[in-house]
Design a protein around this ligand. Structure first.
Ligand code: BG6
Length: 278
């Protein structure tokens, strides 16, 4: 039976160990902190410097960014990426079979209710449902901020976004037209692709695998790698660790944000699949 146990830092988490997958989910932020099917290297990346203190966001896995993404639109004191990733979620139900582990987590914030389903097996499926419990329409952004482990960020490519323009956050949020080319990391990269429902595929020749990230319910994908200087500026990110990760975030942000009517529920889903290429 899936049960809550303390991790090495005494933080509550559920460790998953089944024939179909090993992994973990921390209640802090409902952060999926590990997932690997058998015979695969870890698919999710977590920084060795991440603070597991029940206060700061976990640096790695899949933090949930909501009700806003990035800086709060008006309140400069509000934390980046919303309140959910640093909140204490509850484990509301758990189910286990040979093939899959299903965890249902919940959280309530003023005017909003969240239900998060984590289905962990040979694939990883994440479904975040958000309900407006207030009595006025509410604009909501959400992102499943997925950190993927890679052999070397300088040697991977990402396909699926060639025909989509993007907002370049490294370059003053300028809008860059579709390049027609796969993405390759050659410096700090922080891009918000909007109005796209395409699957996004990470090609990693060093690990002889591809990782496919599919999304549903949101039309944004964020691609992020901090590169050298930004990694050095982050206290919870090892200086050299930027080579071992990149983020492909399934999201509904910016022009793709939702406006939830009172009582309305919408869901953002991400499915992550890993395929060997050797
Ligand atoms: C990405 C943003 O999603 O998250 C970046 O696009 C940001 O701008 C990154 O730097 C990490 O954010 P944080 O708050 O976890 O340091």
């Amino acid at each position: 039976m899936a049960k809550i146990t303390p991790d090495d830092n005494n933080q509550p988490h559920v460790a998953v160990r089944t024939p179909a997958a090993t992994g973990s989910v921390h209640l802090h932020g409902a952060t999926v902190t590990g997932w690997a099917p058998p015979k695969h290297q870890p698919v999710l990346w977590t920084s060795s410097k991440s603070l597991f203190d029940g206060h700061n966001p976990i640096r790695g896995g899949v933090p949930i960014c909501t009700p806003w993404f990035g800086a709060h639109p008006t309140d400069t004191d509000a934390p980046a990426h919303g309140l959910a990733r640093t909140a204490a979620w509850t484990l509301d139900h758990a189910g286990l079979s040979e093939e899959e582990t299903l965890l249902g987590l919940g959280l309530e914030l003023p005017g909003l209710k969240f239900a998060y389903g984590v289905l962990m097996g040979h694939g990883l499926k994440l479904v975040l449902e958000i309900t407006n419990t207030g009595d006025t329409p509410r604009r909501v952004e959400a992102a499943l901020h997925t950190y993927l482990a890679v052999s070397d960020a300088r040697k991977v490519t990402i396909t699926g976004l060639e025909q989509t323009s993007y907002i370049d956050k490294v370059n003053g949020a300028s809008v860059v037209p579709a390049t027609g080319e796969p993405i390759a990391f050659t410096g700090e990269t922080d891009r918000v692709y909007t109005d796209t429902d395409h699957d996004v595929v990470l090609h990693d020749p060093g690990l002889d695998r591809t990782i496919t990230v599919s999304k549903d319910g949101g039309l944004s994908t964020i691609i992020w790698n901090p590169w050298i200087d930004k990694a050095a500026r982050m206290a919870d990110f090892g200086d050299d660790e930027w080579t071992g990760m990149c983020c492909i975030e399934s999201a509904a942000v910016g022009d793709d944000a939702w406006t939830l009517e009172p009582g309305e529920t919408r869901a953002l889903a991400a499915t992550i699949a890993v395929q060997s290429t050797d």
